[in-house]
Design a protein. Structure first.
Length: 208
C-alpha cells in the first residue's frame, strides 16, 4: 500500500465515496425499539444469498487506499473483489469461515484461516472481512459478543464487536428490506468508510 499524507488520503477518499451513489439513503433515527430489532435481526439472518457493489476508503495512520468493491455472498461462501486505484492494486478473496484464498494483482497468492491478521501483515489492508459479511447487512457477527444501539425501526446505529466500532450513517429501501448504504468501521488508528451503491438480494423461499 502506498503511503499518503493524511490530508491527501481524506480528500481522495471523500471524493471517491461521494461520487455517484445510486441509492437514496436516510439516517437512522428515533428512540430504540428492541422488539423491532428482534424482528429485523431474524429476518436479515435468513438472507444467505446477496450481492453488493460499492466503494471503500481505508486509512491507517498515514497509509491509505480507496477503491471499488464487489461482494457476493452465497450461503457461507463469499466472493469479494477490491480494486484500489491509490496503490493497493486489485484483490480477489474467495472462501468461507474456515479458509479464504487471496490473490492480488501484485503477485500475492495465499490461503488464510485468519484473514484479518494476514491482511494487515501481508497486504497492509486491515479488513475484518469475515465479520463484514454480517456488519454490511446491519447485523452483528454471531460468533462474538457485542454491544449495540438501535433506532425506532430496530436498525443498528452503533455496533461494538471484536474491538471494532461500527457506525451506521444511512439506510435505504432494497427489495422490501432496509439495508445500510453508508457506514464507518474504526479500531485504534484504522478507519474504514463504506458506501454501498447497489444491493441485489435473493430472499429466502417462503414455505407455502
Amino acid at each position: 500500500m502506498r503511503a499518503f499524507s493524511r490530508a491527501a488520503l481524506l480528500v481522495a477518499g471523500a471524493l471517491s465515496l461521494a461520487a455517484c451513489a445510486s441509492l437514496q439513503g436516510r439516517a437512522p433515527a428515533g428512540p430504540p425499539d428492541e422488539a423491532a430489532w428482534a424482528r429485523r435481526e431474524s429476518r436479515l439472518t435468513a438472507l444467505d444469498d446477496w450481492e453488493m457493489s460499492g466503494r471503500v476508503a481505508i486509512a491507517e495512520g498515514k497509509d491509505g487506499a480507496s477503491g471499488s468493491l464487489d461482494w457476493k455472498q452465497d450461503g457461507g461462501v463469499l466472493d469479494f473483489d477490491f480494486r484500489g486505484p491509490l496503490g493497493a492494486g486489485a484483490v480477489h478473496i474467495q472462501g468461507d469461515g474456515d479458509a479464504l484464498w487471496i490473490k492480488t494483482s501484485r503477485g500475492d497468492d495465499f490461503v488464510t484461516g485468519d484473514p484479518e491478521r494476514d491482511f494487515a501483515d501481508r497486504l497492509h489492508m486491515p479488513l475484518p472481512v469475515l465479520s463484514m459479511r454480517y456488519w454490511m447487512l446491519g447485523l452483528p457477527d454471531p460468533g462474538a459478543a457485542y454491544d449495540k444501539q438501535v433506532d425506532a425501526q430496530g436498525e443498528l446505529i452503533r455496533l461494538e464487536q471484536r474491538g471494532w466500532q461500527v457506525e451506521y450513517l444511512e439506510y435505504a429501501d432494497v427489495q422490501g428490506y432496509t439495508l445500510p448504504v453508508r457506514l464507518t468501521l474504526k479500531r485504534d488508528a484504522v478507519r474504514i468508510k463504506l458506501v454501498m451503491d447497489a444491493w441485489t438480494l435473493s430472499p429466502p423461499t417462503m414455505a407455502p
